[in-house]
Design a protein around this ligand. Structure first.
Ligand SMILES: [Zn+2]
Length: 232
């Protein structure tokens, strides 16, 4: 059992590193086409790369635990046909909304002076984040985030395709939030969407002034709790 868990963890780690390399390459291509008048492109910091590769082991272990537990019939993942069509969009929306609220509360706690140094300082190492910062977490923070994802498959009935769509959305959104908004192509509708959705403007602000913009996907909690910076 333990040997099998170790092999599945290794496989999951390879998948996660491939995902990170693919998304950082897409981010580089997106920001490479920025207008010449924009700020210079910053290379990723070695610190963020090391932390990303390290914390991926924690997420890989979480993924392996889910696969092993599902094999034993212990999760609420739904296999096979027969589920109503609306279960996929409902499950997708429910998990994003739940994660958004939990993340906001935990993120604010992680900024408490007694926790910050141990659990969240690593993610804030870069004042000008890059795509690699999206996955750069101290081991304790990675453990908290992975525990949420593992808990989801034990609590919420999801089809595997919905779970995969959620993981891709989470990864892509995380990378987008850590890009320099001034280096993104002009055609992206970020200025219009950012009244409701967290984007690079919000999260970039959080990296420069950590007392504001704690949200993950939606601006709702920052609005309700008064942690939204006025729009420039
Ligand atoms: Zn933070």
């Amino acid at each position: 059992m333990l040997r099998s868990l170790a092999w599945v963890t290794l496989g999951m780690y390879a998948i996660l590193v491939a995902r990170t390399l693919l998304l950082t390459a897409v981010a580089t291509a997106l920001t490479a086409a920025a207008p010449a008048s924009g700020p210079p492109r910053r290379p990723p910091s070695g610190h963020d790369i090391r932390l990303s590769l390290g914390s991926s082991w924690v997420f890989a272990l979480g993924g392996a635990v889910v696969i092993q537990a599902d094999g034993l019939g212990l999760t609420r993942l739904i296999h096979g046909p027969g589920s109503p069509w609306w279960l996929a969009p409902l499950g997708f929306a429910a998990v994003l909304l739940l994660q958004d609220g939990v993340f906001y509360a935990v993120h604010r706690l992680l900024h408490h002076r007694r926790l910050y140094r141990w659990l969240h300082q690593g993610h804030h190492h870069s004042h000008h984040p890059t795509a690699w910062t999206a996955f750069a977490f101290d081991p304790g923070e990675a453990l908290l985030q992975a525990a949420f994802l593992v808990a989801v498959v034990f609590l919420i009935p999801l089809q595997p395709a919905t779970l995969l769509a959620l993981l891709l959305t989470m990864s892509g959104w995380a990378v987008l939030n850590h890009l320099d908004p001034e280096r993104l192509p002009a055609g992206m509708p970020l200025a219009w969407l950012d009244q409701w959705l967290i984007g690079p403007r919000h999260h970039g602000h959080h990296h420069r002034r950590p007392g504001l913009h704690f949200g993950l996907y939606f601006t709702l909690w920052d609005k309700l709790c008064g942690t939204e910076a006025p729009k420039p």
